[in-house]
Write a protein that binds this ligand. Structure first.
Ligand code: ZN
Length: 425
């Protein structure tokens, strides 16, 4: 009996234990499966995130590709525009056909400058060993009546100057600075002919300032005023020129101080050169000291008026050389101020070889006289009639290349080439 009771009790306990075990098992397995599901969910989420990232990256990369492609297209467009602009500058001259067939790699090896400046040599016929006219101007006036003493040989009317600019522009002349002429750094469009303007004596017809509402302005009735107006209509002509001044005399009479006048000209991009302090005739000077005083003092006063402005070119007053004392014209010193004239210009009468030519002599640079009131032999209009295109400097449109017909090779001074490329055809 007792045994039965114990057995029944044991069975009950056993049943309870088993039930509890199952409950725990179910709860555990439920929990476990929940975690796994969460993990799966998490992993799915991660995968989704990853996939999404991948997609986003792909989209981003696509964007980049599209952007890069767009950039490339833009660049191409810009290049095309550059080419169009340069083509326009070249006055519609054809580019070499071969250049269009170049591969991208080939283009990469060439500098941008080379690739946009190719010209049809046979059509343009550049000759960068040819003559350049450095024009010498003196006086400009509203009207002029010749007298027994002054026939107006060195004088032009404002109207005649303006007409001259039109003639020069039509004939393909373009202005370069004296410095660029001297450095053979000539940058005019292909087929054009460079020209240098020089003005002696600092006369007010060349340049003077007027006052308008308390402001200093260039008088439009002056050569500079006319040139600036002309350049507004024809910007590729260039508003450049060298003014040889005597600072011991009246310089550009008009409004403003001499310092203001000089600074105004320099700020406009014009150049100032030395012409002695008092316009002395150097052929009559027998002393090196006087030459140094005349040239050195002019530079000294220049420093006082425009601090730091060093004149590098010299115009012989009256075109008179100083014989054996020429070395003192080139360089010297006065009251602690040193001067050096890298270029010395004469008064007449011929076009000049370019600086790259063996025939060029920086100490004796020829100039062509401006037209006067009456036509004269060897004045600018005479040369425009008598100097053939074949004798003149015809630009290849690229300042880094010197392009000449093969037959002209002996004219080139190879030592002056520097890092410029010589091209013959
Ligand atoms: Zn003079």
């Amino acid at each position: 009996m007792l045994k039965n009771i114990v057995n029944r009790g044991c069975i009950k306990i056993m049943k309870k234990v088993i039930r509890i075990f199952f409950v725990i098992l179910i709860v555990f397995s439920l929990t476990l499966s929940g975690c796994r599901r969460n993990e799966e969910k998490k992993s799915n989420e991660n995968r989704n995130d990853y996939e999404q990232n991948q997609t986003e990256n792909a989209i981003y990369e696509n964007d980049l590709t599209i952007k890069e492609r767009n950039d490339e297209e833009d660049n191409n467009k810009n290049n095309e525009q550059n080419e169009i602009t340069n083509e326009e500058i070249m006055n519609g001259q054809d580019k070499e056909e071969g250049s269009k067939e170049e591969t991208e790699q080939e283009k990469g090896h060439k500098s941008e400058y080379d690739s946009v400046h190719e010209i049809d040599l046979e059509k343009v016929k550049p000759n960068e060993s040819g003559k350049i006219m450095i024009v010498m101007f003196h006086n400009f006036v509203e009207s002029f009546t010749p007298t027994k003493y002054d026939k107006g040989e060195y004088t032009m009317t404002f109207k005649a100057f303006e007409e001259l600019l039109h003639v020069l522009y039509e004939k393909g002349y373009r202005l370069i600075s004296f410095k660029d002429f001297l450095d053979n750094n000539i940058s005019v469009p292909a087929g054009c002919i460079p020209m240098v303007f020089t003005f002696d004596d600092g006369t007010s017809g060349q340049f003077n300032l007027i006052e308008e509402n308390g402001e200093l302005k260039v008088n439009k009735k002056s050569a500079v005023g006319i040139l600036l107006e002309f350049n507004k209509k024809y910007p590729d002509f260039g508003a450049k020129g060298m003014f040889f001044v005597n600072l011991g005399t009246n310089v550009f009479n008009g409004k403003g101080s001499v310092a203001e006048r000089l600074k105004y000209l320099i700020d406009l991009g014009f150049e100032i050169g030395n012409h002695t302090y008092s316009h002395i005739n150097l052929s009559e000077v027998k002393s090196a000291d006087i030459i140094q005083r005349e040239i050195g003092n002019n530079q000294k006063v220049m420093y006082e008026l425009v601090p730091g402005y060093k004149m590098f070119a010299f115009s012989l007053p009256y075109g008179a050389p100083s014989g054996t004392l020429m070395e003192h014209v080139k360089r010297g010193e006065y009251e602690g101020v040193e001067y050096e004239n890298l270029a010395i210009v004469e008064v007449g009468w011929n076009p000049s070889p370019p600086a790259i030519s063996r025939e060029f002599n920086a100490s004796s640079i020829n100039r062509v006289r401006s037209p006067g009131i009456n036509p004269e032999r060897f004045d600018l209009y005479w040369w425009l009639e008598n100097l053939s295109r074949g004798e003149q400097y015809i630009s290849d449109g690229n300042a880094n290349k010197i392009t000449i017909p093969k037959a002209k090779i002996d004219l080139i001074d190879m030592e002056k080439l520097g890092n410029k490329k010589l091209v013959t055809y």
